[in-house]
Design a protein around this ligand. Structure first.
Ligand code: NAD
Length: 293
């Protein structure tokens, strides 16, 4: 089976490699990133999003945000110009649920099926093929592509209609951001009080306060390693989508609004390209102390 894959960034590149490893032939395109390593593994390089669509019946996209997905799929030279009736498009980017619905409707008019299937787990899980994938769309289409998604993720769950995948991802991103902020605030306090943060981690990670987020981010914070990972600027994008979606529904999310301002302060301080564990830097600046080994 030939799969079209668009977007070879931090996440898309290892995801595409896992599909090649599983035996699929790939036709790939990225507007900016190089694809030499993917081509060396046997993939074919296309020269536009349109060309990818014209040569495949299943197209996967992994792009930064809503405008990029709209451009790549609905824009000039986009997927929609080359796509055949009966094809399937699976967008695995984290974007606004309303845009997933808009893209899904435009493709439906061309007799093309669409799923929104954002992921959680970051680069390490993209490399291992153990992402958590949350999918919105038609059950029959989901059943068709599930075996392919399982080559990139260890959990593949249909959560509802088109847009529901990205609503679930927004919920995921709220929980992750607030969790990092809570961990950062607490560890800054403990360090300022003179307690070794390594001991605090050892003492509480197995209790109710422990979390996957704490286990992943505290070792990075203790080392002062803020290499992404998941960039602050991408989390700003996700929380903006969460705030817009929440406001359009009449569901206020005050804690998210507060952490958004923390992220904005970090952006002003020049940390946009840091991993989101750099939220601790905001608290460190306030308390005039560093949470390090
Ligand atoms: P990235 O910026 O590294 O990669 C995106 C790629 O899309 C880039 O290589 C870019 O050149 C390409 N691109 C942009 N516009 C294009 C277009 N019109 N046509 C073709 N290619 C285009 O981003 P990433 O970290 O791989 O993230 C991708 C998505 O996955 C984002 O929505 C992000 O929020 C989500 N996500 C990221 C992580 C993470 O840890 N990085 C984790 C989970 C989810």
């Amino acid at each position: 089976m030939v799969i079209g894959f668009i977007g070879l960034g931090i996440m898309g590149r290892p995801m595409a490699k896992n599909l090649i490893k599983a035996g699929y032939k790939l036709i790939v395109y990225d507007k900016f990133a190089k694809s030499d390593d993917i081509i060396a593994l046997g993939a074919e390089k296309a020269s536009s999003n349109k060309e990818v669509a014209s040569k495949t019946d299943l197209i996967i996209t992994m792009l930064p945000n809503s405008p990029h997905v709209k451009e790549a799929i609905l824009g000039s030279g986009g997927v929609i110009e080359g796509i055949k009736s009966g094809s399937i498009v699976v967008d695995m980017s984290s974007i606004a649920p309303a845009v997933s619905q808009e893209v899904g409707a435009a493709l439906k008019a061309k007799d093309v099926s669409f799923l929104d299937a954002p992921v959680s787990g970051g680069e390490p899980k993209a490399i291992d093929g153990t992402l958590a994938i949350m999918v919105g769309g038609d059950k029959q289409v989901f059943d068709t592509v599930k075996p392919i998604l399982e080559k990139m993720g260890s959990s593949v769950v249909l959560v509802g209609d088109i847009g529901a995948g990205n609503v679930t991802k927004l919920a995921n991103q709220i929980i992750v951001a607030l969790n990092i902020a809570a961990v950062s605030e607490a560890f800054t306090l403990a360090t300022k009080a003179g307690v070794n943060p390594v001991s605090v981690f050892d003492a509480i990670k197995g209790g109710l306060a422990g979390s996957t987020v704490m286990n992943a981010k505290i070792p990075m914070i203790l080392e002062g390693n803020f290499k992404p990972g998941f960039r602050i600027e991408l989390h700003i994008k996700d929380l903006q989508n969460a705030l817009d979606t929440a406001h359009s529904l009449g569901a206020p999310i005050p804690l998210t609004a507060s952490v958004m301002e923390t992220l904005q302060a970090l952006k002003t301080d020049g940390f946009s390209a840091n991993d989101h564990s750099a939220i601790v830097r905001y608290y460190e600046k306030l308390a005039k102390i560093e949470v390090r080994k």
